[in-house]
Design a protein around this ligand. Structure first.
Ligand code: AMP
Length: 194
């Protein structure tokens, strides 16, 4: 299986690049942000609890997102592979993901990190906020909190995957296709289909 963790701060382009990668490599896209937004749209209890945290740019508790990923992995056990987009975001989530995949006799192939500087990120998120209607993209204070959460809790995952020799950085500035080609080059250097 080809199992990719797409990594990068909010606004790095993970959603856009995930869409292209799933088509090219026939993978299942697992975005915890999208799963949570769908819970909110359906007004479930989980969604209502997550909404306040998400609207402030805070992370949702680990057990909530791990539970959602567990159920998606179980219901897609015939997949060729997965793209994890916005997950894991903490070391506890990364450890849980390793365990879940090992129960399926598979593992993470690589973490691909989209690198974009802070100024460009804020610009992109405020622009996205105009179209996406996402509450957490609308205001600079919330965006700054999301970036802070990322730097404190998520950025250390670089070390987690580096220790496993699975970390690969890609320049996240350029055209969508340029960035996509860089990601594909990495995948093809690393992954040999069985
Ligand atoms: P995203 O769409 O990935 O930018 O996620 C939007 C928001 O959903 C984040 O700011 C968090 O509040 C929440 N969220 C998404 N994925 C996770 C995760 N893996 N762990 C904790 N919170 C998450």
């Amino acid at each position: 299986m080809l199992n990719i963790v797409l990594f990068g701060p909010p606004g790095a382009g993970k959603g856009t690049q995930s869409e292209k990668l799933i088509t090219k490599y026939n993978l299942i896209h697992l975005s915890t942000g999208d799963l949570l937004r769908s819970e909110i749209a359906q007004k479930t209890e989980l969604g209502m609890k997550a909404k306040t945290l998400m609207d402030n740019g805070d992370l949702v508790p680990d057990d909530v997102v791990i539970g959602m990923i567990r159920s998606k992995l179980n219901s897609n056990n015939q997949a060729k592979g997965f793209i994890f987009d916005g997950f894991p975001r903490t070391t506890a989530q990364a450890q849980a993901l390793d365990e879940l995949l090992s129960e399926m006799n598979t593992q993470i192939t690589c973490m691909l990190a989209l690198e974009v500087d802070n100024e460009e990120l804020t610009k992109r998120l405020l622009l996205r906020g105009k179209d996406s209607g996402r509450a957490d993209d609308q205001n600079e204070e919330i965006i700054r909190n999301r970036v802070k959460e990322y730097n404190n809790k998520t950025a250390p995952l670089k070390d987690y995957y580096t220790a496993q020799k699975k970390f690969y950085a890609v320049n996240g500035i350029g055209s969508i296709d340029e960035i996509f080609n860089s990601l594909c080059q990495k995948v093809e250097n690393i992954y040999i289909p069985s």
